[in-house]
Design a protein around this ligand. Structure first.
Ligand code: KG4
Ligand code: ZN
Length: 339
């Protein structure tokens, strides 16, 4: 047997300062996440300058703890993997600069990782799944249906034409007074509501069977709330949350499963922060299995931003021979599959 490869993954693209050590792209040895959510909650969303400052304050401690918890020496680390895009430029630069400094000082190879591909690779963390498969990636900034052809090869099959799914959750949560981040709060409140109470639109987009549009659903919710207010009617917030969530999930699940069937895939998977949604997880599983497809999703802790998913993606890039040099820069609008 060849020696195990330990990868240190570093993630700072948005509001989590995270680092982890993963062995052979699958086994999480340590996982440290410092979330800035309580800070940004005060402002109702992520404030980029504040995020950058918090990353600067925390990154060294987070990385140090990840290596200590892993009980390995720096010499045992095969590569440092860091998110270099997409994301907020200031936060990304802090992770990239730190990773470059460490790689240089310790003489360890450096690998740049695409954050979205990292979300997809969260599926490999203690997960029995191998490419090819069809993956729905839904986060605060992105909603894509991606055909995962191989560990480092991705083809986009569907995308959103406007808002990301997580963004729609966050905006609707704000409108019904739940605060930031909206996804988990809508998820929780929806359990007390009736998903058929209000018939929000399941929007399709043009000719594409696989694309999404969430701004229509979001506007329908806002119109419903305004209409009720004007008529002096009391709104059942749990019903609004449940009906909105059902509308979004119907579209996400049906498009992904249709894409898997049309492209001859045998497995569908979930990734990204919205993959933490309890109804999305059960709905995808039920509907996929009803069509004879296998279903996979990462553990909850690996759905939202973390360093382990970056280490997992970095491992596959590393063994494919990809290396970054000290000119690695942050690319805020980096696309899936771009090299
Ligand atoms: O992947 P992530 O941590 O950060 C980005 O890369 O954007 O995703 C964050 C997004 C937020 O929009 C958040 O509201 C959403 O994921 N989210 C959820 C749930 N947990 C997080 N959306 C729906 N249900 C959840 N349980
Ligand atoms: Zn993310």
């Amino acid at each position: 047997m060849s020696e195990r490869k330990y990868i240190l993954g570093i993630e700072t693209s948005c509001d989590e300062t995270a680092a982890a050590v993963v062995a052979d792209g699958r086994e999480v040895i340590s996982n440290v996440i410092y979330t800035q959510i309580p800070t940004h909650t005060l402002y109702g969303g992520v404030v980029p300058e504040i995020a950058s400052r918090e990353h600067v304050l925390k990154i060294n401690q987070v990385i140090k703890k990840a290596v200590e918890d892993a009980k390995i020496t720096w010499e045992e680390i095969s590569a440092i993997a860091v998110t270099y895009g997409p994301g907020l430029v200031g936060p990304l630069l802090i992770g990239v600069s730190t990773a470059k400094a460490l790689a240089y000082a310790k003489g360890i190879p450096l690998v740049g990782v695409n954050h979205i591909e990292g979300h997809i690779c969260a599926n490999y963390l203690a997960g029995d799944i191998t490419p090819p498969y069809m993956c729905l990636v839904a986060s605060g900034g992105h909603s894509h249906i991606v055909r995962v052809d191989d560990y480092t090869k991705y083809t986009i099959i569907g995308r959103t034409h406007d808002d990301a799914a997580g963004e729609a959750f966050d905006k609707v949560a704000r409108a019904i007074g739940l605060g930031y981040p909206g996804g988990p709060k809508v998820d929780k409140l929806a359990r007390e509501g009736n998903p058929s109470a209000i018939d929000f639109p399941r929007a399709s987009v043009g000719d594409s069977k696989y694309d999404f549009s969430f701004s229509g659903i979001k506007s329908a919710v806002l119109n419903y709330l305004n209409g009720a207010e004007m008529k002096g009617l009391e709104v059942n917030k749990a019903d609004v949350a449940a009906s909105f969530q059902q509308a979004v999930i119907d579209v996400l699940a049906d498009h992904t499963i249709q894409a898997a069937l049309d492209y001859g895939m045998k497995t569908v998977a979930l990734a990204g922060g919205v993959a933490a949604n309890s109804l999305l997880r059960t709905t995808m599983k039920e509907r996929a299995e009803a069509k004879g497809l296998k279903f996979h999703c990462p553990e909850l802790i690996y759905c939202t931003d973390n360093g382990a998913m970056i280490a997992a993606a970095g491992y596959h890039e590393f063994i494919a021979g990809r290396r970054a040099d000290l000119y690695l820069n942050a690319i805020p609008n980096l696309k899936i599959g771009e090299r």
